[in-house]
Write a protein of this length. Structure first.
Length: 142
């Protein structure tokens, strides 16, 4: 029997990476703009540095997930950011299509990111120092 778990972990990892890049680099930087994003965070009572930190975690984390670098740590950081987004959107209700965006989508991203942290990088992750995570070794036979 072939174990496809490493490949499933890879699909989840790459999908999460793309989603976090879309939400940060595209949406927060190019659509809302950095000053607009900072203003939104400040309207929540958060200091501007939290907005910049969130952008950094989402952009760098998204790239690292796609490449398969430090996946467990990055996924946990992205889960924390997503829980913060869940809090930020809690007042808008359940659906993300509500005015102000709902909380179900960022909560799903938090849960999916936590699942990724548990699964590890899966197959096709970049090797650092000649080593890969156990799941990646399983998939590649190394």
């Amino acid at each position: 029997m072939n174990d496809t778990t490493p490949y499933g972990a890879t699909v989840l990892r790459v999908a999460l990476g793309v989603i976090f890049l879309a939400h940060s680099a595209y949406l927060k930087v190019f659509v809302f703009t950095v000053p607009g994003t900072v203003g939104f965070f400040e309207s929540l009572g958060l200091p501007a540095i939290v907005a910049y930190g969130t952008l950094a975690v989402e952009i760098i984390g998204g790239v690292m997930l796609i490449l398969g670098l430090r996946v467990r740590e990055v996924a946990l950081a992205l889960a924390a950011v997503s829980l913060g987004a869940t809090w930020a959107h809690a007042g808008a209700g359940w659906l993300f299509t509500n005015t102000g965006g709902g909380w179900e989508y960022p909560l799903f991203l938090a849960v999916a990111s936590f699942a990724q942290a548990l699964l590890g990088p899966g197959a096709f992750a970049l090797r650092l120092g000649g080593r890969t995570a156990p799941a990646a070794r399983l998939a590649t036979g190394s």
